[in-house]
Each structure stands twice: as C-alpha cells, then as structure tokens.
Design a protein around this ligand. Sequence first.
Ligand code: GDP
Length: 189
Amino acid sequence: MIGRSNVGKSSLINALVRRSVARTSGAPGKTRLANIYRVARGSSSPFYLVDLPGYGYARGGSDDFARISEDYLRSRRGQAVLLLVDSRHPGLQSDLEAWRWLKTTVAASALVATKIDKLARGERIRAMRELESVLEHSVLPVSAVTGEGLDELWNLIDSLANNPLRHRRPAATAPPSHPRKKAPLPLKK
Ligand code: GDP
C-alpha cells in the first residue's frame, strides 16, 4: 500500500484487520518506516501487506517515498500495489505521478479512494468521476470510519494477492475505463 502522508493508510489497515495495528495520526509525514504485516484471513493463504512510507512531504531534504518505496517496489516487480488517494483531492500531481510510475514499474496495481464518508452525495459523485477520469482507471471508494467499501477492498486484495496478472495492463495500450469525451470533429465548410 502506498499513498500520500495523511491519506488514511494506517486507519484503513486498522479497519481492514479490525484491530489497531497501524499507528494513525493527524500529523502528516509521521510514518518514516515501512511496516510489514502478515495477514492470515479465514481459509485464504496468508500474505504480506506492506505499508510503505507516505509521499508528498519531503522533510529534512529526503523524500521517503522516493527513497524507500521506490527501491522496495523496484526490487519486487512481481508484487501488487494498492495506491491510496484522498477522495477529497482528486487529481493531485503527486498522485498522478505515483500512478504513472506504478503502471510502468510493478506487475499489478489498483486504486482506492479514502475518506469517502467526508463527502456528501453530490460531491462524492463528482469526485469519483474526476478521479477516474484523471487517473484513467477505476477507483474503489472506501471509508475506514463507516466501513464502506471494505468488503470490496478485501476482494480486490485477494484478487491482487492471488492473481496479480489479472490486474496487469499492457503499457500504453489499455483503453481508459472512463474515456474522456471525444473532441468534436471539425465541421467541413
Ligand atoms: P496515514 O498518514 O496515511 O497513515 O493517515 P492516518 O490513517 O493516520 O489518517 C490521517 C487522518 O485522517 C487521521 O486524522 C484519521 O483519523 C483521518 N482518517 C483516516 N481515514 C479516514 C476515513 O475513512 N474517514 C474519516 N472521516 N477520516 C479518516
């Protein structure tokens, strides 16, 4: 799992496993380490969930995401990655860059929009549409507070962990799941 600092990664991990294993905080840039959890769930095969340092806050002249997360992901190209984005801030440059980078670097990746409970119905529809349009991929809305989307997220994680190739897209050839409107053809005079 990767995402900007404060995107809600620790809260989501705690909500997924229904216990407080990951430290949460309102202070951005707090998580400096990669945390690794062995997840054993029901009869499914156990897998390792790796909580990589957030990006977007470069403190002390070094960017944790650039240093730790990129090295980690590069050395394990076969792994699947979940990129978390904040549903309230669609289209942030750092998220777009992370997504573009992931698509060319890791075997399989998927997108999750956090804190969806913070948006009213209309805002939520607009935000999800914008997210899927700029990222050119489907995005799963979730909330660590209300539990919305967590069952779907477990299904996505199971599928990524057990069958990552299903989530692999050939570089630059897959059509966007939400194509933008085509520009009108110029009128002939
Ligand atoms: P991290 O830095 O990505 O690990 O982010 P945290 O999990 O520490 O969350 C950052 C802040 O967002 C904390 O104040 C959380 O309580 C809050 N937060 C996280 N997830 C949610 C969510 O789904 N809904 C709401 N309303 N707040 C959330």
